[in-house]
Design a protein. Structure first.
Length: 257
């Protein structure tokens, strides 16, 4: 496990984007050999996406032979709703790069059979050869994707009821109106992300500091699902100084060294 501590949000975003860029370039993707990337939504990855778009526009990075799998999607929100994760991904990332839309996989929260949709998503990941690099963010309660506190650490893609903390955190995207916030979502499982060959988790801001402390300084705990990644052979936590506020000085110095 690595913990990379950068000064602020912008530096953390740029470090993460460079890491993704280097991974894709080193892989040398081609027609018969796609690089598979797991992707998150939310505020944290926006800076990283902006940098990746910049690298693409500068001619340094192509997504022509990249397949992406998103972590989650709300249930019952129309695909073209401004707050759906389909809209988020297309507006903030996909429409600015050269990815083939057929290679950008996002769960369908309006599928007639939601369990079948989840099973099919797992199968698509398997058919793509698994995920090379899964990028994730976390909630202040330490959840990754929509694997809320108490989720099984061996869980697969499934339907989840959202915790009130998550609904409250997401209300800002719905004019602060709790009644508009979806209460259910489709999400990859902790086990789905653990299967990736490499995992990079972005954690920025003082409001995520306690979650980072739980993620790396305490034991593996299903009430803080991000802590599962202590057991992954290749995990990188990328954070800013603000996110380290709850860590021991000794821990911060160790990883900075």
């Amino acid at each position: 496990m690595r913990l990379v501590i950068l000064e602020d949000y912008d530096q953390a975003s740029e470090w993460a984007a460079k890491y993704i860029c280097n991974r894709i370039i080193q892989f040398k993707p081609s027609q018969g050999r796609y690089f598979t990337l797991g992707l998150p939504t939310g505020n944290t990855p926006l800076g990283c996406y902006r940098k990746l778009i910049e690298y693409h526009k500068n001619g340094d990075l192509s997504f022509k032979y990249v397949k992406t799998f998103n972590m989650d999607e709300y249930v019952g929100l129309p695909r073209d709703h401004p707050e759906s994760y389909h809209s988020y991904m297309w507006n903030n990332f996909f429409k600015h790069i050269d990815i083939d839309p057929n290679n950008a996989h996002i769960l369908d929260g309006n599928a007639p059979d939601l369990q079948a949709e989840c099973d099919a998503f797992e199968k698509k990941i398997e058919e793509a050869g698994g995920i090379d690099l899964f990028v994730g963010g976390i909630g202040p309660d330490g959840h990754i994707a929509f694997n809320e506190p108490g989720s099984s650490l061996s869980s697969r893609t499934r339907l989840k009821t959202l915790a009130m903390d998550t609904i409250l955190a997401n209300a800002k995207y719905f004019d602060g109106d709790l009644s508009k916030v979806p209460t259910m979502a489709l999400t990859v499982g902790v086990g789905t992300v653990m299967d990736a060959r490499e995992v990079m988790i972005l954690i920025t801001g003082a409001h995520k500091a306690f979650a980072l402390y739980k993620a790396i300084e305490e034991g593996v705990n299903h009430m803080w699902t991000v802590s599962a990644f202590q057991q992954h052979p290749r995990t990188i936590f990328v954070c800013d100084e603000d996110a380290t506020l709850e860590l021991r000085v000794k821990t911060v110095k160790y990883f900075k060294g």
